[in-house]
Design a protein around this ligand. Structure first.
Ligand SMILES: Cc1ncc(COP(=O)(O)O)c(C=O)c1O
Length: 416
């Protein structure tokens, strides 16, 4: 048992180190913030679908009809009618040739990269993947597991990407980006991305997890607004745990031969139990609501509040940037990062706001690069202008106190 004790001690030690560096994650339970917070800015439930009873009802109906679990992977049992119907509806919604619905966005990215990789007995062209270095952890993990040769480019810096593409000898070059970035709250420039694809004959994979449902006509995502990119897009992934308010994810294809290859080759499709009927039902209901006029109204509210918040943020920064070091994204977006840099600064401000009934999380490495600890405010259709005013009033009084302390030469170590 000596080995076990050594292992447990080393884990305890590294957890203590996390605490010392302000990187230990305290658990936040959903029931806690329902009781203690009047305003919640921590969930990606952009359209407030998560608690819509119509989803719960459809989920129940599907579970009663098809069972609580799928019972096998889709390679063993043909997709149920409800799964086929959901996938057809999604393909039509997003303008895809075909799609697969899987149990999570993390798994969707792993499945996709696994399907792209080649077996040693296949005669396929050399492939190289160019990934935004701030891409979601699931994309990094997926790429690593796939064994595909890869390199990284700085976040949304397409000049640098272009140079890397020019230097590459691979026959097939694939660029991987997120549409709305989950931590930066910004978008890639579509024209620059198009130009890079055109000049280098490069293909695209886009993770639309944060734009599915909130962006584009009928909420069909970022690519729906940038049709000129579509000829270059090989596939998309889109998680249903955000605006859709459920769980699971779509892998979308623009060429049916790729969908077929995935079905024949991708290990998560072959060897993992397909999503449960309850989830399939909830996602289908959500899709129908989101793509309807009701969804259009929800999106309008969301973008109104995003634009309002962005304007407030610009005013706020003009007032405080000279004495408080923070950065923010220039894009109007429902994801608003307030980058403070230091872990403890982010934790202190998050705690201050939490004590005022505003639930917002301090995001630190490894979710974001070192020295870019931040508060991430996530907006939803439920937020009103009044809610946003409350947040800015609280930020104002927090930063004023820091400024006074600074002027009086008091300890401002939390901004060190
Ligand atoms: C861009 C992006 N891709 C994939 C995922 C993973 O999705 P899921 O939570 O469904 O596993 C997330 C989740 O946060 C994400 O932000």
């Amino acid at each position: 048992m000596k080995a076990l004790q050594t292992l447990l001690d080393s884990w305890a030690n590294s957890q203590n180190q996390l605490k010392e560096r302000g990187l230990f994650r305290n658990k936040a339970r959903l029931c806690d913030f329902r009781q203690s917070f009047s305003l919640n800015f921590a969930l990606n439930d952009y359209l407030n679908m998560r608690t819509d009873v119509r989803l719960a009802q459809r989920s129940y109906d599907c579970a009663v009809q098809d069972g609580s679990g799928f019972g096998a992977s889709r390679a063993v049992v043909d997709p149920t009618q409800s799964l086929s119907e959901l996938e057809s509806a999604c393909a039509q919604w997003l303008g895809l040739s075909a799609c697969h619905f899987v149990t999570s966005g993390f798994l969707a990215n792993i499945a996709l990269m696994d399907g792209l990789s080649s077996r040693s007995d296949e005669n396929v062209p050399t492939m190289h993947i160019f990934m935004d270095h701030l891409a979601h952890a699931s994309l990094h993990t997926a790429l690593k597991l796939s064994g595909i040769s890869c390199s990284y480019f700085p976040h949304n810096q397409f000049e640098q990407l272009h140079r890397k593409l020019q230097a590459s000898k691979a026959s097939v070059k694939i660029i991987v980006v997120e549409s709305l970035h989950s931590m930066e709250g910004d978008f890639p420039n579509p024209q620059s991305l198009l130009s890079v694809c055109e000049k280098n004959d490069a293909l695209l994979i886009v993770d639309e997890t944060h734009t599915l449902g909130i962006y584009g006509p009928q909420g069909a995502g970022w690519l729906a607004c940038h049709q000129q990119l579509k000829p270059y897009v090989l596939a998309i992934t889109a998680g249903c745990g955000k605006a859709m308010g459920c769980s699971g994810a779509f892998i979308g294809y623009f060429h049916s031969i790729f969908a077929e290859r995935m079905y024949q080759k991708s290990k998560p499709l072959l060897f993992s139990t397909a999503p449960s009927p309850g989830v399939i039902g909830a996602v289908h209901e959500s899709l129908q609501i989101i793509s309807s006029l009701e969804g259009e109204n929800k999106r309008e509210n969301l973008w109104n509040i995003a634009n309002y918040t962005n304007k407030k943020l610009i005013e706020f920064s003009k007032k405080h940037l000279c004495h408080i070091p923070f950065q923010y994204s220039q894009d109007a977006s429902p994801i608003i990062p307030l980058v403070l840099g230091n872990n403890f600064d982010a934790i202190n401000l998050a705690e201050y706001l939490q004590n005022k009934g505003i639930f917002v999380r301090a995001i630190r490495t490894p979710s974001v690069p070192r020295q870019t600890a931040r508060l991430r405010f996530i907006l939803s259709t439920n937020h009103s202008k009044q809610d946003i005013n409350i947040v800015f009033e609280e930020l104002e009084s927090y930063f004023q106190t820091l400024k006074l302390n600074k002027n009086e030469g008091k300890d401002i170590s939390c901004l060190a």
